[in-house]
Design a protein. Structure first.
Length: 128
């Protein structure tokens, strides 16, 4: 394995992790806040990946059509965007439907126990 120069590592950290993942987090959050499906996150992540690859090309004269670099950068960006989408959706569900759901970790929600028991009581026929 070859050693990467420090400036190449800094470029990847700054452009991909700071700018690309920052934009991905904001895009995933915005998509979730407008109640759009997670499939829209994929399109946004691809566009951000193209923009990051173009910045590498324009600022540092890296090859524009470097497929392995594009796939790696876009994969990281997609993961961040999906994480933001899921986190925002979980908070949204718990906040908007507080009488029905409670948080389950950072990325999930579950039916509240009192909502579950009242639903079961409503579906059970009265005893005769």
């Amino acid at each position: 394995m070859t050693d990467l120069p420090v400036d190449v590592v800094l470029r990847v950290i700054v452009l991909t992790l700071v700018f690309g993942c920052g934009a991905a987090w904001l895009a995933g959050r915005a998509i979730a806040l407008t109640w759009r499906p997670a499939a829209m996150v994929v399109g946004a992540a691809l566009l951000i990946g193209v923009a990051v690859r173009f910045l590498h090309f324009a600022l540092f004269e890296e090859p524009l059509l470097a497929v392995p670099a594009f796939v790696a950068e876009t994969g990281v960006i997609l993961a961040m965007a999906l994480l933001a989408w899921r986190r925002t959706r979980a908070r949204q569900m718990v906040r908007q439907y507080y009488w029905l759901y409670e948080p389950r970790g950072l990325l999930g929600w579950r039916l509240r126990q009192d909502a579950l028991s009242s639903r079961d009581a409503a579906s059970t026929p009265p005893a005769t």
